[in-house]
Write a protein that binds this ligand. Structure first.
Ligand code: SF4
Length: 272
């Protein structure tokens, strides 16, 4: 049995198929950010996505979120998952490292990514998103229940405005600004081959526009408004056009109430 690096919880090694976590992107030499300035510096330094994912996965820069993600992982586990180990760390990006499409989510769910260690995995939001990506040919399977489930993405990579599960799914302005430096680097590394971005919800939309501005891209003024199906064109400093599309978030609040239907989500994804 190996202890979890953060929670100390014991879990079987090797992890049984269909359960468990992704291979840990970090190792003992991965630098750990403790402040916004360190996030900015450590993000800027990385030359590739694996290194960026590793640094994200050990970040401890937002005290409130570090405390929350780890308390859920150790004491606040949902009853249905009480016998499972929780990741309890930031969610690194997931998908094709050479993707021409980036999906920008809000933040990990406390019992989803914060449990499984993979974006949109192990919760209802993920069921919706991956089913739609499967229908569109971007995902190898429609379900995503654990990091060891064999799911692969083609030409899509999933990132988020904030990488740690926030209480009530509400990150603060400071937390969004701090984590934005990781997102900036994700977008910057993707930029040479990037065709489009899909922002899930208004927080994902604002995060994508904020990253584009900070990277010196041309962003239309006044600020493009978020809405389901909203679309705007961004231009990198090299003049490369990147389409930004908005969708209502795939949260249960929207999918259970019919605010977001499968047809609505499919229609936006088809425009990527
Ligand atoms: Fe680090 Fe982002 Fe998590 Fe804050 S939210 S601790 S910046 S990974």
């Amino acid at each position: 049995m190996d202890p979890h690096p953060i929670t100390g919880q014991l879990f079987p090694s090797p992890v049984p198929p269909g359960t468990g976590w992704p291979a840990d992107p970090a190792d003992a030499d991965t630098p750990v950010a403790h402040t916004e300035q360190e996030v900015r510096r450590l993000a800027k330094e990385v030359s590739g996505i694996p290194e960026l994912d590793a640094r994200v996965s050990v970040c401890r820069s937002c005290p409130r979120l570090v405390a929350w993600r780890e308390s859920v992982a150790t004491q606040g586990r949902r009853a249905a998952f009480a016998d499972q180990p929780y990741w309890g760390r930031p969610g690194p990006s997931f998908g094709d490292p050479d993707a021409s499409v980036l999906i920008v989510g809000l933040a990990p769910a406390a019992n989803g990514t914060n449990r499984t260690g993979r974006m949109f995995t192990g919760d209802r939001s993920g069921d919706w998103l991956y089913a739609a990506l499967f229908r569109a040919g971007y995902a190898s399977q429609p379900l995503s229940w654990a990091s060891g489930d064999g799911l692969e993405l083609r030409d899509v990579r999933i990132v988020a405005a904030v990488r740690c599960a926030p209480p009530a799914n509400k990150p603060t302005t400071d937390e969004k600004r701090t984590c934005g430096h990781w997102l900036d680097r994700d977008v910057e590394l993707a930029a040479p081959g990037l065709r489009s971005m899909l922002a899930l919800g208004s927080i994902g939309w604002d995060a994508a526009l904020g990253a584009a501005r900070r990277l010196g891209w041309q962003v239309p003024r006044p600020k493009p408004r978020f809405g389901h199906g909203a679309e705007t064109l961004l231009h990198t400093p090299e003049g490369h056009a990147v389409r930004l599309l908005g969708s209502y978030h795939v949260s249960q609040q929207n999918t259970f109430t019919g605010k977001l239907t499968e047809a609505m989500l499919d229609a936006v994804i088809a425009r990527l």
